[in-house]
Structure formats: C-alpha cells, structure tokens
Design a binder for this molecule. Structure first.
Ligand SMILES: [Mg+2]
Length: 254
C-alpha cells in the first residue's frame, strides 16, 4: 500500500519574499480599506482564513467578509501573478526540495501530493514561479477546498483513495509542512507529520540534544509513529533532518 506525501508550499517547498502577503494586503485594502494588523501571521493559515481573521480584527462581521471573499481572492490572484513576475520578489525553491520532489514522484511506493492553505490557483502560480509543475502533484487539498486546515487532510485522503482505487488509511498520509498548524492538522485522521525547520528551530532542537538526520526517501518510508520530526531544508545546504519525537513546535518560543 502506497504512502501519500503531502507537501505544504510556503516555507516548505519555496519562499516568495512575501509576494503572497503583498498580494493579499493589496486585495484587502481594495475591498475593505484596510490590510489588517501588520502583526498578523499568515503562515499556517488558509487564504480564506487570512481574510476572515484579519478583517474580524478590523471589526467586520462574517456576513460582510463572506460577501467580499470572492472579490478579495480574485484580486489576490491577479496581484500574486504580477508580484511573482516582478523583479524584486522572485520566488525560489528551498534547497533540497526539488530533488526530494523528484524522488518522491519517481518512487513506486510513494504518491506526490500537496496540502496547502493556498487556493488552488495560487498554489499553481507559486509552484510555476519556481519551475515546479503543479500537475506533478497528483493528489491535493487546498485553501479553496476548505477554510480550516484540519479539514484538508480528510479531503486529501478521499482524493488519494479515489486515485489509487482503495481506501487509503490516514496513517498512510505524510504531511510535510513548516508550521504547528501543518503538523497538527492531520491528527484527526492519524496522519504522520514532518515539520520543515527554519534555522531557529533547527538550532534549538540540536541544542537540546535531538538527533540530526539526513532527508531521504527511506526516512519518509520508515515513519511509523505519530511523531513530529523536523527537516532542515531551508538554510542548510546539507539538508539535515532532526528527529524530535513529540516536540511541540513553537517557532517563536523555541
Ligand atoms: Mg507553510
């Protein structure tokens, strides 16, 4: 039975120098007259949840937010495409990721997929900006499928089952992401999680004695427990993995 590897996009596959945030803030200003609090964190959120939470913080009611949601997302996508095409905000794939994506795609026992808060058109645009073809990911769940991230793993599970022709158990899903939201969203279906570490987590994990391991397909295949692990792919060209058991990821506090 195959394992389905579901990659997050922002902070996991690529960085886009804030192109997504710039695009969203401009769309929010256009539709609501405010971009929301500058301290609001986008990471780990779906696109729709970003709109809802930032505008709630600015006093808008859900009915108003829902009414303007399609216009915001439409404008966001236009802004995103121009931001990604602009010279100053070039997106780039994180070190080690294209090779890992190639390897997962080529492996007979693994299925390449996405699980991201991006709406599907945004996911396609961001991946295209780093020359990773969206269509290579044969299973996906997106921010356009549901506003709440924990609702996405069951959607991916259903699509994987349809693709493979048998019921894929939740424990066969491996979610790879860069935030606590990624790591915890699959709990309801028993998915495994691997957290991509930014340098602050990587160093903190090592400093408290966690093992450091190299990313490879064997690592994806051998994950059996519902544990959280950290992969360093963002800043260390050696692409190391840190095995941390049940550590709670708290990027601000670690
Ligand atoms: Mg992310």
């Amino acid at each position: 039975m195959k394992r389905v590897v579901l990659f997050d996009i922002d902070g996991t596959i690529l960085l886009s120098h804030g192109a997504g945030r710039v695009a969203m803030e401009a769309a929010l200003v256009e539709q609501f007259g405010t971009a929301g609090p500058s301290s609001y964190r986008y990471d780990g959120k779906t696109d729709k949840l970003i709109v809802r939470e930032t505008m709630r913080l600015r006093g808008f009611a859900d009915a108003e937010i829902d009414a303007r949601m399609p216009a915001v997302l439409s404008r966001y996508l236009e802004n995103l495409l121009s931001a990604l095409a602009g010279g100053g905000r070039r997106a780039y794939a994180l070190p080690g990721v294209p090779a890992l994506v190639d390897a997962v795609e080529a492996a007979d026992d693994l299925v390449l997929g996405l699980l991201t808060g991006n709406v599907v058109a945004g996911a396609r645009a961001k991946l295209g900006a780093v020359d990773i073809a969206f269509d290579r990911f044969v299973v996906g769940a997106f921010g356009s499928d549901h506003e709440d991230r924990p609702a996405l793993p069951p959607i991916a599970q259903r699509r994987a089952s349809e693709l493979l022709g048998y019921a894929v158990p939740g424990e066969r899903l491996i979610i790879v992401g860069d935030t606590p939201a990624d790591v915890h969203c699959g709990r309801g279906v028993g998915a495994r999680a691997i957290a991509v570490a930014h340098q602050v987590i990587h160093e903190a994990a090592i400093s408290v004695g966690h093992r450091v391991r190299r990313i490879d397909l064997d690592r994806l295949r051998e994950i059996r427990k519902r544990s959280v692990e950290l992969i360093e792919v963002s800043l260390d060209p050696a692409a190391m993995i840190v095995s941390v058991g049940h550590i709670r990821l708290q990027r601000d506090g670690l």
